[in-house]
Design a protein around this ligand. Structure first.
Ligand code: 3PG
Length: 307
């Protein structure tokens, strides 16, 4: 089979080698498309692909239509909002993710961003410490739990909201359960967002929630840009000069936010949460193994679209 490894944001070399080794050892041909300039480049490369391994690359209905032999897309990572699941399902193309494989990298970055903001973006101004502060974790999945446990080790008091977990499950994973998003924001000195981008979560965090946070609070977004109502964020930061926003997913209105709020806002120049050699190897090799297994045995574990 021909498998296309398409990564606009390339994997570390060790991960690319590992992915190729696994696929080629199983008899597959690997094509590599990195740092491509346009969706047209992706469509051209996908034309004869039977499998695709991607990161945040956009596998739209057009890309799927341009890949008539495609049978499987594996998103080497957690979020799959970049794949048109309906278009894939309509063609019986299996879409998978590799849950948990890059979570530690994202969790470490979330903590790093909190410290960066607490220490006034590493300027000489007097900062503050995380120890003793309350951390709210919005969605206690693979990343959220790692953020929670690392924050606990730093002496933070962790509470979490997750509609898919019982109180007992949240407690057994080291956090105090809260039962509404309003309660979570109102009690969090730091709020770390780990919800996926879904129709129900897009633009769900806006003025009311952000301004309900305690004095001096910091909102940390290593999830998706789309979950923030950016206009509401702007108004909240205007209304509350004590609040801060830090994100690994640059807002559309970042230039304006920076101009207005200076050191109270920060966005990484390019999404880097999962951009460690370890996460690249973990997620990339898992994606390669899942692809090989699918073609060899039909295994659809980790499938995220309609079966
Ligand atoms: C994910 O959903 O796994 C993360 O957002 C990482 O995305 P990336 O592979 O594009 O860095």
């Amino acid at each position: 089979m021909k498998v296309l490894l398409a990564t606009q944001k390339p994997f570390a070399a060790a991960a690319v080698k590992g992915i190729k080794d696994i696929l080629e050892a199983a008899g597959h041909d690997v094509a590599l498309l990195e740092k491509y300039a346009s969706q047209e480049d992706l469509m051209a490369a996908a034309a004869d692909a039977e499998g695709m391994i991607i990161r945040s690359d956009k596998v739209t209905a057009e890309v799927i239509a341009a890949a008539p032999k495609l049978k499987i897309v594996v998103r080497a990572g957690a979020g799959f909002d970049n794949v048109d699941l309906e278009a894939a399902s309509a063609r019986d193309i299996v879409v998978m993710n590799t849950p948990g494989q890059n979570s530690n990298a994202v969790a470490e970055l979330a903590l790093a961003l909190m410290i960066f903001m607490a220490r006034t973006q590493f300027t000489p101004a007097t900062g503050s410490e995380l120890q003793g502060k309350r951390l709210g974790v919005q969605a206690y999945g693979n990343v959220g739990r790692l953020v929670g446990s690392k924050a606990s080790a730093l002496g933070m008091k962790v509470c979490a909201l997750d509609p898919f977990l019982t109180d007992e499950q949240i407690i057994s994973c080291g956090a105090d359960p809260v039962h509404s998003v309003e309660e979570l924001y109102a009690c969090s000195d730091y709020l770390s967002i780990h919800i996926p981008a879904l129709p129900s979560t897009i633009w769900s965090i806006g003025y009311d929630l952000i301004t309900s946070m305690p004095k001096g609070a910091t909102l940390v977004n290593t999830a998706r840009k789309e979950v923030i109502d950016e206009e509401g964020l702007m108004r909240a930061l205007e209304a509350r000069p004590d609040l801060k926003y830090v994100t690994d997913v640059m807002p559309d209105n970042y230039a304006e936010l920076q101009e207005k709020f200076g050191l109270r806002v920060f966005a990484t120049p390019k999404k880097m949460g999962a951009q460690t050699a370890e996460a690249n190897v973990n997620a990339g090799l898992a994606a390669a193994r899942q692809t090989v297994d699918f073609f060899a045995t039909g295994n659809t574990r980790f499938q995220v679209n309609r079966k």
